[in-house]
Write a protein that binds this ligand. Sequence first.
Ligand SMILES: *[C@@H]1O[C@H](CO)[C@@H](O)[C@H](O)[C@H]1NC(C)=O
Ligand SMILES: *[C@@H]1O[C@H](CO)[C@@H](O)[C@H](O)[C@H]1NC(C)=O
Ligand SMILES: *[C@@H]1O[C@H](CO)[C@@H](O)[C@H](O)[C@H]1NC(C)=O
Ligand SMILES: *[C@@H]1O[C@H](CO)[C@@H](O)[C@H](O)[C@H]1NC(C)=O
Ligand SMILES: *[C@@H]1O[C@H](CO)[C@@H](O)[C@H](O)[C@H]1NC(C)=O
Ligand SMILES: *[C@@H]1O[C@H](CO)[C@@H](O)[C@H](O)[C@H]1NC(C)=O
Length: 553
Amino acid sequence: MRSQHLLSTLLPLLSPTYAADCTPAYFRTILPSNATVRFATSVASNTVFQVPRDNIAYSTSPLLLHSACAVEINITSSSTSAFSFGLFLPDPSEWNERFLAVGNGGFAGGVNYLDMAAGLGYGFAVMSTDTGHNSTSGDITWATNQEQKKLDWGYRAMHESVVAAKAITAAFYGQKPSRSYYSGCSTGGRQGIKEVQLHPESFDGVLAGAPAWWTSHLQTWTLEAGLINLPLDSPGHIPSTLFPVIAKEVRRQCDGQDGLVDSIISDPEGCNFFSEALLCGSGDDGECLTAPQIDTLYKLHHPYVETNNTFVFPGLELGSEEQWNVLLGGSAPNALGTQYVQNFLLNDPTWNYWDFNGSIVELADRIQPGNATAYDYDLSPFYAKGGKLIQYHGEADGLIPTGSSSYFYKQVLKTLKPKGIELDSWYRFFLVPGMQHCSGTPIDVGAPWYFAGGNQAGAVGSSPGAVYSVPGFSDARHDALLALMAWVEHGQAPDEIVATVWKNPRALGDVLRQRPLCPYPKQAKWSGKGSADSAESWSCVGVGEMVNKRHHH
Ligand SMILES: *[C@@H]1O[C@H](CO)[C@@H](O)[C@H](O)[C@H]1NC(C)=O
Ligand SMILES: *[C@@H]1O[C@H](CO)[C@@H](O)[C@H](O)[C@H]1NC(C)=O
Ligand SMILES: *[C@@H]1O[C@H](CO)[C@@H](O)[C@H](O)[C@H]1NC(C)=O
Ligand SMILES: *[C@@H]1O[C@H](CO)[C@@H](O)[C@H](O)[C@H]1NC(C)=O
Ligand SMILES: *[C@@H]1O[C@H](CO)[C@@H](O)[C@H](O)[C@H]1NC(C)=O
Ligand SMILES: *[C@@H]1O[C@H](CO)[C@@H](O)[C@H](O)[C@H]1NC(C)=O
């Protein structure tokens, strides 16, 4: 890039505390000709950054804890596409000398300023891309016949934004960032893993939450899951009023099977669930399921398997039912499934979702529009360059089945272990019992879910942007991003990450519970002594070491 050339000529003249002017004119001087400046403006610390009104995917205006130069750059990626990215550059005295990229959600086309604000809190120069189009997360209508825009969403906007934003950061401070990190959840998790696969040099550390990595199967499963519970007048349809009833029964059966009755299902995979316990008897009052509804429930909880035993996607986890409304509560399948097929895959908005069958999945696998799926399990180039990857997934996720994360982890393991590469020294995966999609927990579960993962800071505290890291516990034991940094920079591997839940997450007053999350396949085990709400009473134990996990009195 021209900026890099410019940089090498200017570098000797600049002191490390140098920062350029925060003006469009300055950024124009360092940008290549395919880029334009949408704005560049200084924002004082503890003031609200007004998100541009046209940024409809992420319209929340966050408080900025540090003063920063806020820039938005637009880059042309082809004759029919362009993407933008936002960049917060903290004052030189407050810059932690590191770069952070944050991710998006769903098919959102917009700059994620809220997650950027959390990154700025740590002192990062922090970037988010709009992924090359303009839409809210559940809207894919922009994609019809837009092959270039699909590529931007798939991976290109992220990669090119990372390259350009790093160069701008280096030029702005007269010094390259010492380390580069990534944090994102859902589509954000996919974007991080995809970048690791395509450009392992981009990041030193990647924090990937609930990754929507298997685009061709996740979106088609989303459609299939919707169809399983439709039409509304079919005998097997489960109305959303019954989801909490199912959740309660799952909890009744599965909670204690992990050794402790505490409303949190720690090991849903290990639960032997008898769904027929929900079957209506004669004269039951509606808090029960008919036989056809039990069959529907079975299909939702189990993997989607196509013709000839082809595994397509895992089912929804036991304990995720309280979040089923999003995908299963409507009169039609969720648009993330239908529009993926209509607009992203077939370029035919008139396609009828009742025509869905396994051949659509095969087609998606063959075409891989936008090359969005993060399917390359050989992460050895990232390992070889010393990269560190932390992946996590909530066990009560009702949008992206938890099993898709375990599946990915196991595929990488199966690919690399035979090559002599163990994962433990650079790639760890943490299941989060009781956490829903990326953040939150049902009120009657109260599972510790907060560890400063992607999207999480915006879900706590009284005003957007006012929170970064883990308030009261801002250290590498409780904050997954700090844990990643400690691993990258000090070789300190995360043997556990302590998750927190407050009595009132918006007020951040009293802590309700803290508990360690464990590197898969280890699980947290209560010592039997001390409060089960204190992390100190728990330890991570390996497979086969859980024999005494049930407490006999
Ligand atoms: C995005 O689309 C909305 C209309 O849906 C429009 O109001 C807004 O200006 C657009 N934003 C950009 C950045 O073009
Ligand atoms: C980016 O620039 C292109 C022209 O190259 C323009 O069509 C597009 O609307 C711009 N996008 C934004 C978000 O400003
Ligand atoms: C923009 O131009 C620079 C410099 O020529 C080039 O390196 C970069 O790849 C271009 N970006 C895109 C998205 O085409
Ligand atoms: C299933 O297997 C049969 C027999 O091998 C084969 O003829 C058929 O094409 C397969 N169907 C699909 C959808 O893969
Ligand atoms: C799947 O649907 C397509 C298009 O509607 C149809 O041509 C095909 O025969 C169907 N395949 C199966 C296996 O039902
Ligand atoms: C698509 O992405 C994968 C990595 O996820 C990469 O291995 C592959 O080469 C890419 N394919 C194309 C056609 O760019």
